[in-house]
Design a protein around this ligand. Structure first.
Ligand code: SAM
Ligand code: SF4
Length: 340
């Protein structure tokens, strides 16, 4: 793609590539549009919620679009995922989806699915192509216990709604926790096969707001694949830079994936950068430092200055997180505040 001329002064020669000191090229952007949520998933948010960001601290849609456009058009970002908090609680989300869908990048959304039954059609009309729905139990009582909302019927209707309007693929994210929902691994595999959705099992990570995580709560990729493989013969799918390790059902009934952030970290192929709802640029989910893009955007910075901050942030990226080692430092903000 032809590079646009930059506006304003160039501080020093910028490369126009998001390449870090380990040679990883960054092509994936995760944008959190809000820190708020209408669920209270036990492993993510305390029952009373968190202290929400004041409205004026959230990036506006125009600010988000500017950052995304620069990253796509000048820095080779190829995919954008909207997340939160719960992205669908941000007012006029479809307007933002419409703005971002005009960029030449793959656009996706991660949602808890609570309002998806009614939102799937407007989101698809605004230009959304695919979606991930988080769902940790197929049992209504357990779902309520986990999210503090009696929301299973709505989420299931939302998944059906997403399929009906042609969002493709529809993926279902399941965080597997020992003694909580690990007895549902096979039920989720069957659910994926029957509904034609891709289930992605996620290892529980130490980003829970109440800091209750322990490594014994993590159900590993090996365990998950072992449980499913006993029932359905599996064929491994070749790995890409995407975080999930994928497996195909030998009988042709689709595939599932495992995001093994804890036991098989994929940091060496990580190509992701993040923008928080309050405009902080992060080079890693587990980063302890953030780069204040909002300050720059609101001080009238030229594109070149913003680009320089992208490059500085990516240049400072570490080799990887140290979950499970003495080197691990827990980020100050939880998953919903960073944007999962
Ligand atoms: N509210 C939306 C949702 O639930 O899909 C988007 C934000 S949520 C923080 C994004 C994803 O992070 C969800 O799939 C959720 O299950 C996952 N998540 C949250 N806390 C987690 C943790 N401590 N370990 C692993 N995954 C987690
Ligand atoms: Fe909300 Fe998603 Fe966190 Fe659940 S995982 S509390 S739905 S942000």
């Amino acid at each position: 793609m032809a590079r646009r001329p930059r506006s304003g002064p160039t501080l020093w020669p910028v490369s126009g590539r998001l390449i870090d000191s380990f040679g990883r090229v960054h092509r994936d952007l995760r944008i959190s549009v809000t820190d708020r949520c209408n669920f209270r998933c036990r492993y993510c948010m305390p029952a009373e919620g968190l202290e929400w960001l004041p409205r004026e601290e959230l990036l506006t849609f125009e600010e988000i679009e500017r950052v995304a456009r620069l990253l796509v058009e000048d820095y080779g970002v190829e995919s954008i995922r909207l997340t939160g908090g719960e992205p669908t609680v941000r007012a006029r989300l479809t307007t933002l989806v419409g703005m971002l869908s005009r960029l030449p990048a793959d656009l996706c959304l991660t949602t808890n699915g609570a309002t998806l039954e009614t939102m799937a059609a407007p989101l698809a009309e605004a230009g959304l192509k695919r979606i991930n729905v988080s769902l940790d139990s197929l049992r209504r009582d357990r779902f309520e216990e986990l999210t503090l909302r009696d929301g299973l019927p709505a989420v299931l209707a939302g998944i059906d709604g997403a399929i009906e309007v042609g969002l493709d693929p529809v993926k279902v994210n399941v965080v597997v926790m020992r003694g909580v929902n690990d007895d549902e691994v096979l039920s989720f595999a069957r659910f994926g096969r029957e509904h034609g959705v891709v289930v992605r099992f996620i290892e529980f990570m130490p980003l829970d707001a109440d800091e209750a995580w322990s490594d014994s709560a993590v159900v590993t990729q090996e365990e998950i694949v072992g449980i499913i493989g006993e029932e359905f013969p599996l064929v491994p799918v070749e790995r890409t830079s995407a975080p999930a390790t994928r497996f195909r059902y030998e009988d042709g009934a689709g595939e599932f994936g495992v995001v093994a952030s804890v036991t098989r970290k994929f940091c060496d192929t990580c190509d992701r950068v993040r923008l928080t709802a309050d405009g902080q640029f992060r080079n890693c989910l587990f980063a302890v430092d953030e780069f204040d893009l909002r300050g720059l955007l609101r001080s009238g910075a030229a594109d070149a200055e913003i680009g320089e901050m992208f490059e500085r942030a990516v240049g400072a990226k570490w080799a990887g997180h140290g979950i499970g080692t003495v080197n691990f430092i827990r980020p100050a903000r939880s998953m919903s505040q960073i944007g999962g």
